[in-house]
Design a protein around this ligand. Structure first.
Ligand code: F3S
Length: 643
């Protein structure tokens, strides 16, 4: 039987396990790693603990794109620390403002068929090039840089079969919104979305990358396109044709499921607040008044997007009550757009132009007003992520965003006329001269006062218990657990400080209650921990002495972070047990029972009832949790420090 593109990529990087066994534990060795400034501080602190002297990958790249507002010393200290750590460990460092990690990596480093482990949930953006990109937390990123395997369950492969060609004013964002409409925000957990069919050849690499990037919102492990003539053209345009290899699924490849999307039947779609999975046709919500439009993010500001946006704004004006802004994705895009004169139309239209960075996407600038209604081309619209707690954020393609910015209300761009065609993208991109810092030996690393050592946690007792501090619904995000936004991102690496804001959007009294209780248990619904890869969302509960989280289900990446930081994840076996628990109930669980059985009994001491739970982990991960996390497990392993 033939192989899928996913299987071929995994064959190319597997070092532990059997890729033929879906769901079995496999270990992949990264050819490349990617980090960014929000998560990599923890990554480098972990690398220091692992005792290596140089990264063990073919290429490791650090980006400084997320935490760019320098309102005081904190972010600047982090940037300096990261640049020095890159030099210490042999990591290429993109200068601050060079661009958003995923797009910049696509332009300069991504290689078809290889595996990228990235400390960001949207690492699958490289799937647009046929590279297997898998997002992990900061600690797993450190292990990957140290040459150690990153473990995951061998995913199923879902065939997303594309036919036809996208109609005018319906761009690639609508493809992934259609997928989200069909599978939802947890419908692809444990799967790789692999795109096949005649429609694939009609999509450019940047269109494909928009789709694979936002595929993360389905819960998928990754998303992949083949490497074909489009891929070769893209690499050649970026002076990297030698990196091209053909990579397609075999004719008799087996897929675990299939969905069909007819590109020519797609219409403009939009995700409603506050979930990327609440997708409806734009026409059904047309007329809703907007306060803000944000163009950009890692999904939608490659050069063709910018050229389309500029052409649509030509001779037009942003509505007087709307604040519109554009974040170009990289300096490469910035330079090319300047060369074809694309910014003149944007400036005349009244569009604000920011530097290449994540910016408003993670609430690091451009937050909307109180109750603000914002339409964005970003991949996420979780409540409060924009930096404004009561925001109303919609997600749509650039064409919808431009039409809506001009009219001031949500607008289907097909209802307007657009006389100017976009300028043609160049067949060759000129490289800006000073994007990257090549590592040089350093003798000192500067730790700013906001940069605290990695938290150390001990092993668990067999019996754990405490009060239920929070009973949470389905789809709690890592933004809910550890807030984004310009006020909180600078203290992300200061666990005592960021802990004080944990769960504040759900219960502002949580931190004080957790402190007063000196620990406890969290109870959650399905898909707990969806969204960003931030491992602080796992560290904070542990720091607050919350040793156990019982949920209906965990998001893949967050589950891995819980293991790494020694938080015990337990799964309800019966939905009625979740319904019966009340906040404040005292629970107790003897984890030693797992030695004899796959399920254990939890006692509800308050209600004098019992229920059973499982632990969604294999033996090794279970051991890691019980010894208090990955750092302790690595230290006790016979292999010792790696180099
Ligand atoms: Fe940055 Fe937003 Fe993408 S935070 S990496 S632009 S999802």
């Amino acid at each position: 039987m033939g192989l899928t593109v996913t299987e071929k990529c995994i064959q190319n990087s597997i070092v532990v396990g059997d890729w033929r066994q879906r769901g079995s534990r496999i270990g992949l060795r990264a050819h490349q790693t990617l980090g960014h400034d929000l998560n990599a501080v923890m990554t480098f602190l972990a690398l220091d603990q692992l005792g290596i002297t140089h990264v063990q990958t073919e290429v490791s790249v650090q980006y400084i794109d997320h935490n760019m507002l320098q309102a005081d010393y904190k972010n600047a200290d982090d940037h300096l620390f990261l640049e020095q750590m890159c030099a210490k460990y042999g990591v290429i460092c993109a200068r601050p403002g060079s661009g958003i990690c995923h797009q910049l990596h696509l332009e300069y480093f991504g290689i078809p068929g290889k595996t990228l482990i990235g400390g960001d949930s949207h690492t699958p953006a490289q799937g647009g090039l046929g590279m297997l990109g898998i997002g992990v937390g900061g600690f797993d990123a450190a292990l990957a840089m140290a040459g150690q395997p990153v473990y995951l369950a061998m995913p199923q492969v879902l065939n997303v079969h594309l036919t036809g060609q996208l109609p005018p004013l319906v761009s690639a964002k609508n493809v992934i919104l259609k997928v989200l409409q069909q599978v939802g925000v947890k419908g692809a957990v444990g799967q790789v979305l692999e795109y096949t069919g005649p429609g694939v050849a009609t999509l450019s690499v940047t269109e494909r990358s928009t789709i694979t990037n936002m595929g993360t919102e389905t819960g998928a492990t990754s998303s992949l396109f083949p490497s074909d003539a489009q891929t070769r053209t893209w690499l050649a345009a970026h002076d990297r044709e030698e990196d091209w290899v053909p990579l397609t699924a075999d004719a008799d490849a087996h897929y675990d499921g299939q969905i069909e999307i007819a590109l020519d039947q797609l219409e403009p779609l939009i995700a409603l607040p506050h979930s990327p999975g609440k997708v409806v046709p734009v026409k059904t919500v047309a007329g809703i008044k907007l306060d803000q439009v944000m163009l950009g993010s890692c999904t939608n500001t490659a050069l063709p997007d910018v050229l389309q946006i500029a052409a649509m704004f030509a001779g037009q004006r942003v509505a007087s009550h709307v604040d519109a802004g554009l974040y170009p994705s990289t300096r490469t895009v910035l330079k090319a757009a300047m060369q074809v004169g694309a910014f003149g139309d944007l400036v005349d239209a009244g569009v604000r132009i920011f530097e290449p960075m994540c910016g408003g996407c993670n609430g690091c600038g451009f937050a909307p007003q109180t109750h603000g209604v914002s339409l964005r081309t970003t991949p996420r619209n979780f409540a409060g992520r924009s930096g404004t707690a009561d925001d109303q954020v919609y997600l749509a393609a650039p064409e919808v965003a431009v039409a809506s910015a001009i009219t001031g209300v949500i607008t289907d761009p097909r209802t307007m006329t657009w006389p100017q065609a976009p300028a043609a993208a160049p067949t060759h991109y000129q490289r800006p001269a000073n994007l990257f810092i090549v590592p040089q030996p350093v003798t000192t690393v500067t730790y700013g006062p906001n940069l605290l050592p990695l938290p150390q946690f001990g092993q668990h007792a067999a019996t754990l218990g405490g009060p239920v501090l929070l009973k949470l619904p389905d789809n709690v995000t890592t933004d809910d657990i550890c807030p984004a936004g310009a006020l909180y991102l600078p203290i992300r690496s200061n666990i005592p400080a960021i802990s004080q804001h944990s769960f504040q959007s759900i219960d502002p009294t949580f931190y004080q209650r957790a402190q007063a209780a000196a620990g406890g248990i969290l109870v959650a619904g399905a898909n707990y921990g969806q969204g960003s890869s931030r491992e602080q969302a796992a560290i904070i509960p542990r720091y607050l002495r919350i040793a156990v989280i019982i949920a209906k289900g965990f998001a893949r990446l967050h589950l891995a972070n819980l293991v790494n930081w020694g938080v015990v994840p337990l799964l309800f076996t019966n939905a009625a047990d979740y319904a019966a628990i009340q906040a404040g109930d005292q629970l107790q669980v003897d984890l030693a029972q797992f030695e004899a059985a796959p399920t254990v009994t939890v006692e509800n001491l308050t209600q004098k009832t019992r229920f059973t739970v499982t632990m969604p982990l294999g033996r090794d991960d279970r051991h890691t949790v019980m010894v208090g996390g990955k750092l302790n497990a690595v230290k006790e392993s016979e292999a010792g420090p790696c180099d």
